[in-house]
Design a protein around this ligand. Structure first.
Ligand code: NAD
Ligand code: UDP
Length: 346
């Protein structure tokens, strides 16, 4: 029996493959490589000394998914595949509803048709919208403020409806805070195409000299230094949470066959604290300039982690220093990401 990991070649998916392979599970990756490079999967095999199966395909293609799930006798799915850029989702919402909502609908239909009814879904803290109280508990109202966040909420609702309709389903919804960092080997990490949207990869590219300076989006928020505060979580801790969540699915009673859990550390760091931490971790200067606020940003966002601790027996172990030094190790070894490697193999 294998686990199907959709989007397994991507940033979080590739780290999840390592974690699952290392725990002895067999993995099949299903990815269309629209935002990833198959090189990441070679590196996963290098790290773990185990092989995985790769199926190139699109989650919107239900019949291929059914064939793949039968071929590999899949017992469950970890579902990462989707589009994730908040700004782009406002410019091209149809692409987001197509990939994220219709894509997940097709995946669930394929799972139902083949009797594979165990799923872990990548949701996001963005489903909460503007925090009304902090830390954010899972009971906080769900009110996303952009199309990306709404696709995540629609999928969450679809999953809750599905779980309620048939007690054979086992569904875990994981709401990520801000995943950063890389595997300690420096072999896999975040490899954004073009200009990074997110803070950590941008800082890393400034530290390597690939970009001149960081734009800090606003320093007049009601936070300790005026810059935005987020709950950054090491990607390896995050994927370990997936392993715990997947194991929990098998133990859920049919009367309570789904859960939604935050994956964060519970600590908030400001943009300027991140800059300083990265300077310490890399021993490189990170020049920055304060510019206008970015529209849609909230001042502060961090997780209440109690439910994850109680339900999944999971907490994040790695600290901010680990997040920065592991990111630095990855970008130093791979200043151009995976592209350099795949070019040299052509
Ligand atoms: P990523 O872009 O690195 O990985 C996504 C993977 O899915 C890529 O390999 C891409 O090629 C693949 N993919 C996209 N559309 C597909 C489709 N239609 N069919 C098949 N494969 C497809 O992103 P990531 O950072 O690893 O994020 C993984 C998941 O976690 C996403 O669902 C994202 O929304 C969610 N998430 C990410 C963050 C974050 O900050 N990285 C935060 C919260 C939630
Ligand atoms: N940020 C910034 N400059 C950048 C990218 C992000 O100042 O180039 C800030 C952003 O305003 C927010 C924090 O860094 O306060 C985290 O942003 P990111 O896009 O990484 O995550 P998200 O907004 O999804 O929490």
């Amino acid at each position: 029996m294998s686990i199907l990991i959709t989007g397994g070649a991507g940033y979080i998916g590739s780290h999840c493959c390592v974690s699952f392979l290392e725990s002895g599970l067999d993995v099949v990756v299903f990815d269309n490589f629209s935002n990833s490079n198959p090189e990441s999967l070679k590196r996963v095999e290098q790290i773990t000394g185990r092989s995985l199966k790769i199926e190139q395909g699109d989650i919107r293609d239900q019949s291929t998914l059914e064939t793949v799930m039968k071929r590999h006798a899949c017992e469950g799915v970890i579902h990462f595949a989707g589009l994730k850029a908040v700004g782009e989702s406002s410019q091209d919402p149809l692409a987001y509803y197509d990939n994220n909502v219709i894509g997940t609908h097709r995946l669930l239909s394929a799972m139902d048709a083949t009797g594979v009814r165990k799923l872990i879904f990548s949701s996001s803290a963005t489903v909460y919208g503007e925090p009304k109280s902090l830390p954010l508990t899972e009971e906080h109202s769900l009110n996303p403020v952009n199309p990306y966040g709404r696709t995540k909420l629609f999928v969450e609702d679809m999953l809750r409806d599905l779980a309620a309709s048939n007690s054979e389903w086992r569904v875990g919804i994981l709401r990520y805070f801000n995943p950063v960092g890389a595997h300690s080997s420096g072999l896999i990490g975040e490899d954004p195409l073009g200009v990074p949207n997110n803070l950590m990869p941008f800082i890393a590219q400034v530290a390597t000299g690939r970009r001149e300076r960081l734009n800090v989006f606003g320093d007049d928020y009601p936070t300790r230094d005026g810059t935005g505060v987020r709950d950054y979580i090491h990607v390896v801790d995050l994927v370990e949470g997936h392993l715990q969540a997947y194991e929990k699915l098998a133990k859920l009673p049919s009367s309570s066959n789904s859960f939604s859990v935050n994956l964060g550390t519970g600590n908030g760091y400001s943009v300027l604290e991140m800059v300083k931490a990265f300077e310490r971790g890399s021993n490189q200067p990170v020049p920055y300039e304060v510019v206008e606020r970015r529209s849609g940003d909230v001042a502060e966002c961090y997780a209440d982690t109690q439910k994850a601790e109680e339900l999944l027996a999971w907490t994040a172990d790695r600290n901010l220093g680990d997040m920065c030094s592991d990111t630095w190790h990855w970008v130093r070894k791979n200043p151009l990401g995976y592209a350099a490697e795949s070019d040299s193999n052509d």
